[in-house]
Design a protein around this ligand. Structure first.
Ligand code: PGA
Length: 246
């Protein structure tokens, strides 16, 4: 039985007053059986860790550098994330692959760095609209999975997030059948590469315009183990309803 996960990706949103949203989430905590992870901007991580201390909510970063320290102006290492009390790191989000040219090789190095620091890596994969229309979705997702995940994956150190790029922030989602097809494919690839035990236990999240209205239907699809939620994670009432639905 894989425990469901609701992970909130705040992206570059949130000033200190946004911490109150998390307090709101707690008072409305609808589902203690669902693991909740919030990934705020780096400036809020430490405060968020303190806010979430007694709330059974984990906190993650949205990226890390592949090295543990050094002359990398503006970057944050996995050790630094762990030092704040963060437990997870989103890696290879399509916005970083696109805006910063992050390759799967780089994402793999970052994932290794996250593991070395004791963090759980949430590795993102997903096709663009052109790739979907050219019927290349599974090739793209398969290639990103193979390239971005190091060999030492376990059910404890890895979460995979399938996020079709064209569904992120657009209000569009794939059909439930299409989501199921990709999640089944990811499961098959994980089992083939890491063996049945690990492959069956790694959680696979769906991301891209997940909302309170569609979360229950998406979470009922085979091999969907929760959601990576952007926009709808910014308001406590919406995110609470998603947590409840999952
Ligand atoms: P969205 O973003 O829920 O706003 O579509 C999801 C993500 O990018 O992780």
């Amino acid at each position: 039985m894989r425990r469901k996960i609701a992970a909130g990706n705040w992206k570059m949103n949130g000033l200190r007053e946004a911490l109150r949203e998390v307090e709101g989430l707690h008072s409305a905590n609808p589902n203690p059986d669902c693991e909740v992870i919030i990934c705020p901007p780096a400036t809020l991580i430490r405060s968020m860790v303190k806010t979430c201390d007694t709330m059974n909510i984990n906190v993650g970063g949205q990226d890390c550098h592949e090295n543990s320290s050094g002359a990398h102006t503006g970057d944050i290492s996995a050790e630094m994330l762990a030092d704040t009390g963060a437990t997870h790191a989103i890696l290879g989000h399509s916005e970083r692959r696109d805006a910063y040219g992050e390759s799967s090789t780089l994402v793999r190095a970052k994932t290794r760095a996250a593991w070395n620091a004791g963090l759980v890596a949430i590795v993102c994969v997903g096709e663009t609209l052109e790739e979907r229309e050219a019927a290349n979705t599974l090739d793209i997702v398969g290639g990103q999975l193979a390239g971005s995940i190091p060999d030492a994956a376990t059910a404890e150190n890895l979460i995979v997030a399938y996020e079709p790029v064209w569904a992120i922030g657009t209000g569009k989602t794939p059909t439930l059948n299409d989501i199921g097809e990709v999640h089944d494919f990811i499961r098959m690839r994980l089992e083939r590469r890491f063996g049945e035990g690990v492959g069956r236990s790694v959680r696979i999240l769906y991301g891209g315009s997940m909302k309170p209205e569609n979360a229950a239907d998406i979470a009922a699809v085979s091999n969907v183990d929760g959601g990576l939620v952007g926009g709808a994670s910014l308001k406590a009432p919406d995110f609470s309803r998603i947590v409840a639905a999952l």
